[in-house]
Design a protein around this ligand. Structure first.
Ligand code: SF4
Length: 253
């Protein structure tokens, strides 16, 4: 008997595509090791940015007060929820990252509709869900009107390029989930060292969305029919939180 899922998401499909064994350890056996330290700051950063966007754009809090509160929200999340290591080095870095993204917001006129809003649609017989960081009724810069835009924050070791943004499955999934409602998808990427922020905007054609849907349905079919979940045992293991405790990774070969 395969794995029973209540719904699908980009993370679930991506996890299976990344490594069926990893997918089975998490979604089949319910084993969720703590994420590696490099991901913890990103989680707390998202908490801080959610706080900031809600405070300023939905509640009208002055930007400076909201920034300090957002940095505190990030700090508390890192300390008490994530229980992250290297507190003294990481917290100042996280605060500077939030500050840098907040500064970058000044170049845009943004009409925020919601933050951390759930999106839902059926993919074949299964509900497919996604959580968008920010849904907007419009984003304008001095030179361009991007229209109704879905924004996703990204923390990264290395700056993205436009090609990555134009082909990213997570953004295509958002486009499919909201098809016809939003004009643009955007990543706001902040790198950790050095701290740099770049906004990337992209669009998805019906053809791209159709291809993504075909691929998603194919992965869902493989998940549904799978009785064994083989490991990748290659470079994917170098980024996997299941090794060495739950899977030997490359060490098995
Ligand atoms: S260590 Fe490698 S083979 Fe094992 S679950 Fe992770 S990615 Fe898959």
């Amino acid at each position: 008997m395969g794995i029973q899922l209540k719904n699908l998401s980009h993370s679930k499909l991506n996890s299976y595509d990344w490594c069926p064994r990893k997918f089975e350890l998490g979604y089949g056996q319910g084993i969720w090791p703590p994420p590696p330290p490099r991901l913890l700051l990103g989680r707390s950063f998202h908490v801080g940015m959610e706080y900031y966007m809600k405070a300023v754009y939905l509640r009208g809090t002055p930007s400076k007060t909201a920034l300090e509160d957002a940095q505190t929200a990030m700090e508390y999340d890192y300390l008490f929820t994530q229980k992250g290591p290297d507190y003294e080095a990481v917290i100042p870095q996280g605060k500077m990252m939030i500050d840098a993204v907040v500064q970058s917001l000044q170049a845009y006129e943004i009409s925020v509709e919601s933050c951390e809003g759930w999106l839902r649609k059926n993919l074949s017989d299964m509900p497919f869900i996604g959580k968008a960081d920010v849904l907007t009724a419009g984003v304008k810069s001095a030179h361009q009107n991007h229209g109704r835009t879905i924004i996703d924050w990204k923390t990264a070791d290395k700056m993205y390029d436009q090609q990555k943004v134009d082909t990213d499955d997570q953004l295509t999934a958002y486009s499919w989930l909201t098809q016809g409602q939003y004009d643009t998808v955007a990543f706001v990427v902040v790198t950790k060292d050095p701290i740099e922020v770049q906004w990337f905007f992209g669009e998805r054609t019906d053809e791209q969305i159709g291809l993504w849907k075909e691929k998603a349905l194919n992965t869902w079919r493989m998940i549904r029919e799978a009785t064994v979940f083989p490991g990748q045992y290659d470079w994917h293991c170098d980024y996997c939180e299941y090794t060495p405790t739950y899977c030997q990774g490359r060490g098995e070969w």
